[in-house]
Design a protein around this ligand. Structure first.
Ligand SMILES: *[C@@H]1O[C@H](CO)[C@@H](O)[C@H](O)[C@H]1NC(C)=O
Length: 267
């Protein structure tokens, strides 16, 4: 009898916990998913979609024009130290740094520049842009709130390229007018993911890397300068607003709690 009472109490407590979680989680997820929405941009810069990226406190705002497969974007992040740099890029051949087509914002002689870099390995970046696979226009950067740097650009993507592997990074210093090597903390390593440019209707997975492209096991020297996204393995998909809701809906904890609550309600 006593154990039956205990069972009932426990059942009720779990039911209450489950309903609290049910009520609280959507609100929490909405707040989390909406954090990037509070960002403001100068006149003339507005974007249809934004995402809070999964590492380094970065956000990405973008407008993808399917008609001409152009991507207008604003990437925001706080450099690792004042006078550092921020970077965002697409990797069409893998999920790490090598092969990434990147935009890097930093100051040269006091003024922001946005350089393009075709990352060919863990090598130092120079002071000058290198050609990337996508035509890059409207490149600019400025200071946002709370020490963030906002990087703007427009990329002309291949037709149909609507899900991409993207990487992002922050560094603490600019040396000889070039971005210096970033730190290799967990967040630096985690700063990559798969991004659907067209939102909820996009396929979940990024396109398969082209055959023979380096995916992992870089033999490059990790100690050389200016690696952008060091670990080409184990990236988490970056949360897009729709991904956040998917994550909520499929939360294993909730599923278990609901199943348990249902079971206890029956017995
Ligand atoms: C980027 O670098 C790779 C490796 O050197 C090269 O194969 C590729 O053609 C380069 N891309 C552009 C756009 O120059």
């Amino acid at each position: 009898m006593a154990s039956a009472m205990t069972q009932q109490h426990r059942g009720r407590a779990i039911l209450q916990l489950a309903s609290v979680l049910l009520l609280a989680s959507p609100a929490a997820m909405l707040a989390a998913a909406g954090a990037c929405e509070s960002a403001t941009f100068p006149a003339g810069k507005s974007y249809t979609t934004c995402a809070d990226l999964s590492a380094l406190g970065a956000t990405l705002h973008w407008t993808y024009d399917a008609a001409d497969s152009s991507l207008s974007l604003a990437f925001t992040a706080k450099p690792a130290a004042t006078g550092g740099w921020v970077a965002w890029g697409i990797n069409p051949t893998g999920d790490g740094m090598k092969g990434a087509q990147t935009l890097v914002a930093f100051k040269q002689t006091g003024a922001y520049v946005v350089n393009t870099y075709n990352l060919t390995g863990y090598r130092p970046l120079g002071a000058a842009s290198t050609p990337i696979a996508y035509e890059a226009t409207e490149l600019a950067a400025d200071d946002g709130a709370d020490g963030t740097v906002r990087l703007y650009g427009k990329l002309q993507l291949p037709k149909g390229m609507v899900t991409v592997n993207h990487i992002w990074q922050v560094g603490s210093a600019v040396a000889s007018d070039a971005p210096a090597k970033h730190a290799f903390g967990q967040e630096n390593l985690d700063a990559k993911g798969s991004l659907s440019l067209i939102g909820a209707d996009a396929p979940e997975a990024a396109p398969a890397p082209v055959a023979g492209a380096p995916l992992s096991g870089e033999s490059g020297d990790m100690e050389t300068q200016a690696a952008l996204s060091p670990a080409p393995s184990g990236g988490k998909p970056s949360p897009s607003p729709s991904a956040a809701f998917t994550a909520y809906a499929s939360s294993p904890v909730l599923v278990v709690l609901l199943a348990l609550a249902g079971f206890l309600a029956i017995v």
